[in-house]
Ligand binder design. Structure first.
Ligand code: DAT
Ligand code: MG
Length: 139
């Protein structure tokens, strides 16, 4: 399945530090249209469900503590080749390896607190969008 949508979340540290506006500006200037947007505060349990694929990894507990530490801004984005282009815009998981100009290079503090999420496939973009947004919101 190929779609022209992806899913993202601005993570708690970036929201708390007031970087949401700057990050959204970069996203829109890169040609992504915001399909859906809101601000939510996940429980640790709900964050654990979102990242269930990582539940056997050593960083899972820290990841779910971090992702439930404050509000996040989930969004559905639309653009041609959205998943791959958005992964390129955010940069590598570890900001030490992220390219200049990427969102993680500019705003991520560490691999644990890396400012933003981007779906890794069209299939996961749909699953992750449905995790946060009802059908009526995905216009
Ligand atoms: P990405 O967010 O780039 O898709 P991922 O899916 O491999 O990366 O991991 C999900 C999140 O888990 C990632 O954004 C931060 C955290 N994480 C990944 N690898 C980690 C590691 N080695 N140490 C600590 N946290 C890690
Ligand atoms: Mg991932």
């Amino acid at each position: 399945m190929t779609t022209n949508r992806t899913f993202t979340m601005i993570k708690p540290d970036a929201v708390a530090e007031g970087h949401s506006g700057a990050i959204i500006k970069i996203i829109e200037e890169a040609g992504f249209r915001i399909v859906a947007i809101k601000k939510v505060h996940l429980t640790k349990e709900r964050a654990g469900q979102f990242y269930a694929v990582h539940q056997e990894r050593p960083f899972y507990d820290g990841l779910t503590t971090y992702m439930s530490s404050g509000p996040i801004i989930p969004m559905i984005l639309e653009k041609d080749n959205a998943v791959a282009d958005f992964r390129k815009l955010i940069g590598a998981t570890n900001p030490a390896q992220a390219e200049e100009g990427t969102i993680r290079k500019q705003f991520a503090k560490s691999v644990e607190s890396n400012a933003i999420h981007g779906s890794d496939s069209d299939e996961n973009a749909k699953i992750e969008s449905d995790f946060f947004f009802a059908g009526l919101e995905q216009f």
